[in-house]
Structures are given as C-alpha cells and as structure tokens.
Design a binder for this molecule. Sequence first.
Ligand SMILES: NC(=O)c1ccc(NC2CCCC2)nc1
Length: 252
Amino acid sequence: MTARRIALVSIFPEMFAALTDYGISGRAVKDGLLEVRCWNPRDFTSDRHRTVDDRPYGGGPGMVMLAEPLYQALGAARAWAEEGGEAVRSIYLSPQGRQLDQGGVEELSAAGNLVLLAGRYEGIDERIVETLIDEEWSIGDYVLSGGELAAMVMVDAITRLIPGALGHDQSAVEDSFAQGLLDCPHYTRPEEYRGRSVPEVLLSGNHEKIRRWRLKQALARTRQRRPDLLERIELTDEQGALLDEIRHELES
Ligand SMILES: NC(=O)c1ccc(NC2CCCC2)nc1
C-alpha cells in the first residue's frame, strides 16, 4: 500500500510537528501509512527580506499573501503529491469554504493525495484561489489567525480513517460520529472514584448488554444535545426501539 501523501504550504512549517511527531498521525507517519511534507513560500522569494506579503489593493487593514511565492510553492507541493501518477486535490482552508463534517472527512479520506494551503495575514491573492485551488474548506464558522490549525484538524480526522492507522483494538467505523451519533460516556479504573461508581452494566461482562447500553446512551445524548443529528440519520429498528424506551423513561 503506497503511503498517502499530504503536502502542506505554509510560512510556519514547524507547526506541523504536531501532526508528524505525536499521536495517531505521528504513528501513521512512522509506519509509512502517511507522508507529510511542507513547502514554505518564503523559500520561493527572490528578495533579500524573503517577502511573502504586500498591502491590499483598495486599501484596508492588514496584508495579503503575494501570488508568486504561493504559485511556486504550490507547484512544488503538487509535483510531490502527484508523484507516481496519483490524483491530487488542492485545498485552501478558509471560513469561506465548505464546512467540514465527518461526511466530508470520509470524502477527503477516499480522495487521492492532497495539497493543503494554509494562509496567513488577511488571506491570499484571489488569483491563486481562481487558478490553483480546487476546493475551499472550513473547519467551522470562526476566524483563525492562520490556516495551519485548520489544516491539521483536517489531516488528523482523515488520518484516523486510513486503514491501519488506528491500532487493531480501535475502530473508526464504530466511532459514534461514523454512525452519525454523539459518543457514549466512558469509564476506567477505579470502580469507585470520589464516591461515584461505574454503571453496573459495564462491569457485567455481558457484551451484548454493554453494546446496547452504549448505543442507548449515545442516542439519549444525541437526542438531548443535538436533535438535528437525529433528523439526518436513518434509524435502525434497534435504534428506533431504544429511542422509544428513552422517551417512555423521560415521561415517567
Ligand atoms: N474556519 C476555518 O477553517 C478557518 C481557516 C483559515 C482561517 N484563517 C486564515 C485564512 C486566511 C488568513 C488566515 N480562519 C478560519
């Protein structure tokens, strides 16, 4: 299985150590499931000050990232991502993009290699978006000082879905969000903690009862906190029955 390649373009390449040096994504890199490489637009400048930004036409506060260093950095990043004839999607992270959710993560996880452009300042020259960016994505309706953290959120979520990235004992498929539900509560030792005990069913060793309890908890939480999510999913017979139980218990 050839490694999935994700190229990043950013003036702060050191930030991506958070992906390559830690956790699930760090392990995926180590195991050769994922390759992450960053290109810094500053390395594609020709002036003494390695300038990557300039003042906005039309005036206004802040600076805009210059097109040429981005053009060259994106070109180098794409060439690496396309090696071996792989399909490549170039993505710009911004609040103007399509909002990322688990469905979007699954789509991107099934796509080819990626080039992720992380902007800074007030943004990038629009002519780069028009000519070199395939898709704009947002991780949520809020403004960040740079696209790097948004890119890392996207890469982390995608990496969890790469086969083999989660240890054998974890599964992205069972992930609550994979089923469109919020997660159930989790407990570990000690059984009694500051006067609060663990739900008996979890100590029972009855795996079917535990599975149902967890599903019921997930459904009750989703119904309580995110009823909009329930609207979106096709309930199984079991889920419908458990929701009925939940409603009856709340009435009594
Ligand atoms: N919600 C987001 O995914 C997001 C992405 C980038 C960003 N800021 C960047 C965009 C261009 C300059 C800073 N803010 C927010």
